[in-house]
Write a protein that binds this ligand. Structure first.
Ligand code: SF4
Length: 1015
C-alpha cells in the first residue's frame, strides 16, 4: 500500500522528480507497467520528449485521466460503451422536450428554445457527471437546481438504459470497476500524476483505491511555501482531501527554492508576501506598463522578435494571456506584421472552419430562395467546384452584374426572369436612362449565349440543392448531404494524403447523428431542423489543432501549469482582466457546489494560476499591463501587478506612452521603422535599395497626407491638374455636346464632374426591393406627359383629373416590367400618394392664361436642332436636353416648366451660384434652337412639394441682371467660367451647399467628403 504526495513549490523540479522515478522504475530488471497521467496533450508530448532521451519506454503509458480510466474499463467486464457527443445531446434534447410537455421545466420553460440553453444544460450535466454526483433531488433545493438535478437524473437513467456511458463518467465507472474487480489493474505497478492541483471526487478516490490495492501511486502537488501565501491554497485543499481519504499517505516535501534565474526567483519569493524585499533588476526580467492592449501586444512581440533575432527557438517562447477571447486577434495581427509564427493552444469550434461555414451557406441558399449575397458567396467559394454545372470562374462577377441590373434581391425565379430578359434583349443591354436623360453606359452584361448557359447552370444547381420537402430520417439527410458535397466538388477539395483534424471531427459528427437515429429510435426531421442540428453540432464540437513546436506558443494562463519555456511574456494585468471578476453560477450555486464536490465558480485560484505563470520561464520573463483600454478609458492595475512592482524600485518599471520616444533599432517591422522615423524625426541611415524605395514611396504618401490635412484646397492632389486628362479631352474640343446637368455638376463640384465624366466611375448599388428615386421620377413624368397628351383639351382641369387615374393605372401596372423593379408591400400605398401629388400638379399648373403645347420636348436629340451658345472667346457650347413642358399664352409667349421630385436647390441663389442652370438654358433652347417663341416665364415644379420652386424667370433679379434675359445672361457667364475651369484643368473638390450628395461616386475616397442632406 503506497501513496506518496510530493509537494514542492512551482518550478522546484516536481516533473523532473517524476521523470527520475519513472526512469528508475523502467530501468529495473522486471518489466513494469507504468502510467503517467498529465493534464493536457501538450504536456504529454513534452513529457515523452524528455523521456525519450532515457531510451527505454517499454511498459510506459502516458495520457489524460480520462484515457487512464478508459484503459481500466477495457479490462473490466462492464458492457457500457462511450457515447458519442451528439447522441448525448439528442438524449438531453428529448428529456428537455418531455419535461416541457409535462410542465416540469419550471422557470426554464421561458428560455428552453433560446440559443445556447441546451448547451448550458449540457455543461451542467457534464460537471455533475464528472464530479460523480449521485444524490438526487431533495426538498431543500432551489427550484432551478431541482430541475437541473431532475434532468440529470433522467439523463443518467436514459444513458445507462441504452448501455452507453457519458465520457465524463469514465473515472467514476473505472473506480467502480477497480472496487469490484481488482484484476482490472493487474500488472499495474506504478502510477504518477503530475501537473494537477485539484481532483474531482472520482479521481481522488480512484488514486486512493489503486494505492490500497498495492499500486505505487505518486502525486505531485504545488506547495511547500514557507511564506504562508495563498498561492498554493487549492493544492493544500487537495492535500487535505487525500489525507482524509488515505491517512497513511507519505508526504514528501521537496525544495522550496525554484530553479529559476535569480531575478525571477526573487520576484517569485517576494510575490504577495507581507514585507516584500526590493530586488535588483536584471535584464532577464521586464515589467512594462503600456498605454493600450495593442501596445502591450506590440511590446511583448517586439521582445520575442528580439529574442528570435538572437537565435532563440520559436517553440521555446510563450505568450500567456488571460483567456482565448482576449488578445488573440491583436496577437495574430501584430505577429503577422513582425513576421513571428505563433500557435494558439486551444481547441477551435467547427463553426469557425470556413469550409463548414460554406456548407451551412449552401444549405441556406435553397431554403432562403437564392438570396443575392449568399448565393454569390457560395458560387464564388474556392471550396466548391461548380464546373460540372456549367459555371465558369468569371460567372460570379457576371451574376453580380446581372443582379444589379435586374435588380435581383432574392428569388430563383427572379434570377431566371432577369437572365431571360437579358437573353431576349440581345448581346448588350442598357439600363433605363436616368431622369436627366444622361446616356451613361452600364457595365458589361452577359450576351444571349451566356445568359442561356447561366440559366441552365442555375437550373441544375437549384435542382441539386433542393431538399425533399417531407420529414426524413436523419440517416437520409446525412446521406443526402454527403452526396451533395460530392456533387459540388466539396469533398474532392479535401487533400487526400493528410489527416485534417476538423474534417475528421465533421465526419464524426455525421456518424454520431446516424448513431443517435439507430440508438434512440428513428429521428425524423424536416430539412430546416436538420440544418439547425448540423449547425448546433458545429457550435458544440471543437477540434484540437496540432501543436506546432516551430512556432511561438500562445497559451491561456490557466493552461501554462506544468510547462516550462525559455522565454515567457504575460499580458493583461489589468483589474477585471486578470484576475477576472467572478460571479456565482446561477444554475448550480456555490453552496450546492461545495456539497456536491463540484469546482467552485467564484474561487478559481487565480493567484495560484498567476504564480505558476511567472515561474514558467527558464531564462527571461516579461509582464505587461495596459493602463488604458482600447476605448481610451483608464484601467486600474491588477492586484498581482501591484504585488510584483512592490518588489521593484519605481525606476525599474518601464512605461510606454503614446508619446514615448523610441530608437529605430527597436523597430520590429519596416512599418514601425518608418513610422517612428517620421514621428520622432530621426533619419534612417541604412544604405539599402529596398529601404530607399520604400522611403520614396512614403515621402510621396506624406505629401498626399499633408495635402489631405490642409484646410486650403489646392495643389495637384486636390484636383489642380496641369492639363486635361485624356478622358476629358473631348470637352476641350470646339463643339462639345453638353447637357445642363453636366454643367451643373461642374459648378457644384469640379471633382465630382471629373469622377463622373472623366474617370467614368459608376457606383454599383446593392439591389434593394422597390423603386429607386430616378425610377419614381420617370414614372411620374410619364403619367403627366400621357395625361396631357391624351386630353382633348389640356387646359380643362376636370378632364385632366378624370384621365389621371385611368392613365396612372396603365403606367403603374406596366411599371414593374418597364422599369424593372420588384414591388414592395408599399407599392399600392405609394401609387395612392403619387396620384395625390399628380393631382396637385395638374391643379397647381392650371391657368387661364397658359395653354400646354409641348411635353418632353427634345433639343439636340433625335434629329432636333441643338442649342449652340457662343461664348465671348468664340468657343461654341452645344447643348442637348428634354424640356418637360412648354406652355404658350395668347400672344405666343412661352412658359417653361421643369418637374422635379426633389424640393431643394430650386431658388434664385442656385442660379446665381451656377448650380442650377437648367431653366435659363431650356428657355434659350425653346427660343433659339426650337424657335417656338419668346420665353416670358419659367419655373421648376416640385412634385413632392406640390408647388413651384421660388425661382421664376419673370421675376429673376440679381445685382446686374433681371427677367428671363437676365437669367440667361447669368447662365452664360457660368458657362464661360466652366469652360475656363476645364481649360485650366481645375477639378478641385468643393463641398456643395448643404453637403455632398449621396450619389457622388467620389465620396468613397474623397477626403473633402462632407455628408449632407440626401437628395
Ligand atoms: S465627395 Fe463632395 S467634395 Fe468630394 S467630390 Fe463628391 S461632392 Fe465633391
Amino acid at each position: 500500500m503506497s501513496l506518496q504526495i510530493l509537494m514542492a513549490g512551482a518550478a522546484c523540479g516536481k516533473t523532473t522528480e517524476v521523470l527520475k522515478r519513472v526512469c528508475s522504475e523502467l530501468s529495473s530488471t522486471d518489466l513494469k507497467k507504468i502510467w503517467v497521467i498529465l493534464p493536457d496533450r501538450r504536456q504529454i508530448n513534452s513529457f515523452r520528449e524528455k523521456l525519450l532521451t532515457s531510451g527505454n519506454m517499454i511498459g510506459l503509458s502516458t495520457g489524460l485521466f480520462y484515457e487512464f480510466g478508459n484503459e481500466i474499463l477495457l479490462k473490466s467486464d462492464q458492457t457500457y460503451t462511450e457515447a458519442p457527443e451528439l447522441l448525448l445531446h439528442r438524449i438531453l434534447q428529448k428529456i428537455i422536450q418531455n419535461f416541457s410537455q409535462t410542465g416540469d421545466l419550471g422557470a426554464f420553460e421561458a428560455i428552453k428554445d433560446k440559443p445556447g440553453f441546451i448547451q448550458l444544460v449540457h455543461r451542467k450535466v457534464s460537471e455533475l457527471a464528472e464530479a460523480g454526483y449521485e444524490s438526487f433531488p431533495s426538498d431543500n433545493l432551489d427550484p432551478e437546481v431541482d430541475v437541473i438535478l431532475k434532468i440529470y437524473q433522467a439523463y443518467q437513467k436514459r444513458v445507462k438504459q441504452r448501455q452507453w456511458m457519458d465520457p465524463h463518467q469514465i473515472i467514476s465507472m473505472a473506480l467502480d470497476a477497480v472496487r469490484s474487480t481488482s484484476s482490472v489493474i493487474k500488472g499495474l505497478d506504478f502510477v504518477a500524476v503530475d501537473g494537477f492541483e485539484r481532483f474531482t471526487p472520482p479521481q481522488l478516490n480512484l488514486l486512493c483505491q489503486l494505492a490500497e490495492r498495492g499500486v505505487k501511486v505518486l502525486i505531485t502537488l504545488p506547495g511547500n511555501d514557507g511564506a504562508g501565501r495563498t498561492i498554493y491554497q487549492r493544492a493544500q485543499e487537495s492535500l487535505e482531501q487525500f489525507q482524509s481519504a488515505f491517512p497513511d499517505l507519505e508526504l514528501i516535501y521537496a525544495g522550496d527554492q525554484p530553479f529559476l534565474p535569480s531575478f525571477i526567483l526573487g520576484l517569485a519569493n517576494n510575490f504577495l508576501v507581507d514585507k516584500p524585499q526590493i530586488i535588483e533588476k536584471q535584464s532577464d526580467m521586464r515589467l512594462l506598463s503600456a498605454y493600450s492592449p495593442l501596445q502591450e501586444v506590440r511590446e511583448g512581440l517586439r521582445r520575442i522578435r528580439f529574442l528570435l533575432n538572437k537565435s532563440a527557438f520559436a517553440g521555446d517562447c510563450a505568450i500567456l494571456i488571460p483567456a482565448e477571447d482576449q488578445y488573440s486577434a491583436l496577437l495574430q495581427t501584430v505577429a503577422n506584421e513582425y513576421h513571428i509564427p505563433i500557435h494558439f493552444n486551444w481547441g477551435k469550434p467547427l463553426i469557425q472552419v470556413a469550409q463548414l461555414e460554406l456548407i451551412l451557406n449552401l444549405l441556406h441558399v435553397s431554403t432562403e430562395d437564392f438570396p443575392r449575397r449568399l448565393f454569390l458567396d457560395v458560387i464564388r467559394s474556392p471550396f466548391v467546384d461548380l464546373s460540372n454545372f456549367g459555371f465558369k470562374p468569371a460567372d460570379t462577377a457576371i451574376l453580380e452584374r446581372v443582379s444589379r441590373y435586374g435588380p435581383v434581391v432574392a428569388g430563383f425565379d427572379n434570377w431566371m426572369k432577369v437572365l431571360q430578359r437579358l437573353a431576349t434583349k440581345g448581346e448588350e443591354s442598357k439600363k433605363q436612362a436616368e431622369l436627366d436623360k444622361e446616356d451613361d453606359e452600364i457595365f458589361n452584361l452577359p450576351n444571349a449565349d451566356a445568359c442561356q448557359r447561366l440559366m441552365e447552370s442555375l437550373r441544375s444547381l437549384a435542382a441539386i440543392l433542393k431538399p425533399p420537402e417531407k420529414e426524413k430520417r436523419i440517416t437520409f439527410w446525412v446521406e443526402w448531404l454527403w452526396q451533395l458535397l460530392e456533387d459540388l466538388g466539396w469533398l474532392s477539395q479535401m487533400p487526400a494524403t493528410t489527416e485534417i483534424l476538423w474534417f475528421e471531427k465533421f465526419k464524426q459528427n455525421l456518424r454520431e447523428m446516424c448513431i443517435a437515429d439507430q440508438e434512440l429510435g428513428f429521428w425524423y426531421l424536416d430539412f430546416d431542423q436538420f440544418v439547425a442540428e448540423l449547425e448546433m453540432g458545429f457550435q458544440m464540437s471543437t477540434f484540437q489543432q496540432t501543436t506546432d513546436r516551430n512556432k511561438v506558443q500562445v497559451l491561456r494562463l490557466l493552461d501554462a501549469r506544468g510547462s516550462r519555456f525559455e522565454h515567457v511574456v504575460i499580458l493583461g494585468l489589468a483589474e477585471g482582466v486578470f484576475p477576472k471578476s467572478q460571479r456565482e453560477d446561477p444554475f448550480l450555486p456555490e453552496i450546492f457546489r461545495q456539497q456536491a464536490g463540484l469546482e467552485s465558480h467564484v474561487e478559481h485560484n487565480q493567484i495560484g494560476v498567476f504564480y505558476q505563470a511567472i515561474t514558467r520561464a527558464n531564462s527571461t520573463l516579461m509582464v505587461t499591463r495596459p493602463y488604458m483600454s482600447d476605448k481610451g478609458e483608464a484601467l486600474e492595475p491588477s492586484p498581482y501587478w501591484n504585488a510584483l512592482i512592490a518588489c521593484l524600485e519605481e525606476k525599474d518599471i518601464e512605461v510606454v506612452r503614446s508619446t514615448t520616444k523610441r530608437t529605430l533599432e527597436d523597430a520590429a517591422s519596416l512599418e514601425e521603422l518608418f513610422f517612428w522615423s517620421h514621428l520622432f524625426k530621426i533619419p534612417i541611415k541604412f544604405e539599402d535599395e529596398h529601404l530607399s524605395q520604400t522611403i520614396n514611396k512614403l515621402n510621396h504618401q506624406k505629401a498626399v497626407l499633408s495635402s489631405r490635412q490642409s484646410k486650403r484646397i489646392e495643389g495637384v492632389y486636390e484636383g489642380e491638374l496641369e492639363k486635361l486628362p485624356p478622358g476629358l479631352a473631348k470637352f476641350e474640343q470646339k463643339e462639345t455636346d453638353w447637357s445642363a446637368s453636366r454643367l451643373e455638376t461642374y459648378k457644384s463640384c469640379p471633382m465630382r464632374f471629373w469622377t463622373q465624366y472623366g474617370l467614368g466611375v459608376v457606383e454599383q448599388h446593392i439591389p434593394v426591393l422597390g423603386l429607386e428615386s430616378f425610377q419614381i421620377g420617370s414614372i411620374l413624368h410619364q403619367i403627366l406627359e400621357d395625361v396631357y397628351r391624351t386630353a382633348e383639351d389640356p387646359t380643362n382641369v376636370d378632364q385632366l383629373l378624370d384621365l389621371l387615374p385611368v392613365i396612372a393605372r396603365q403606367v403603374f401596372d406596366a411599371a414593374p416590367e418597364t422599369y424593372q423593379f420588384e414591388p414592395t408591400v408599399y407599392w399600392q400605398t405609394q401609387q395612392e400618394e403619387w396620384l395625390a401629388i399628380l393631382q396637385s400638379a395638374i391643379i397647381g399648373l392650371a391657368s387661364e392664361e397658359w395653354v400646354p403645347i409641348a411635353f418632353e420636348e427634345k433639343f439636340g436629340l433625335d434629329g432636333k436642332p441643338a442649342l449652340n451658345i457662343e461664348l465671348e472667346d468664340g468657343r461654341m457650347v452645344r447643348l442637348h436636353g428634354v424640356i418637360d413642358r412648354i406652355d404658350q399664352d395668347l400672344q405666343g409667349n412661352l412658359r417653361i416648366i421643369d418637374y422635379k421630385t426633389g424640393v431643394s436647390h430650386l431658388g434664385k441663389d442656385d442660379l446665381i451660384q451656377g448650380t442650377r442652370l437648367q431653366l435659363p438654358l431650356y428657355a434659350m433652347a425653346a427660343m433659339q434652337a426650337l424657335k417656338m417663341g419668346e420665353v416670358k416665364e419659367g419655373f421648376y415644379w416640385t412634385l413632392n412639394g406640390e408647388e413651384a420652386g421660388s425661382l421664376k424667370l419673370s421675376k429673376f433679379q440679381s445685382a446686374d441682371f433681371e427677367g428671363p434675359s437676365g437669367a440667361i445672361q447669368v447662365a452664360k457667364l457660368h458657362l464661360q467660367m466652366i469652360m475656363d475651369g476645364l481649360s485650366s484643368a481645375d477639378f478641385s473638390p468643393q463641398v456643395p451647399d448643404g453637403g455632398c450628395p449621396k450619389y457622388c461616386g467620389a465620396r468613397l475616397w474623397c477626403w473633402r467628403y462632407h455628408p449632407g442632406r440626401q437628395g
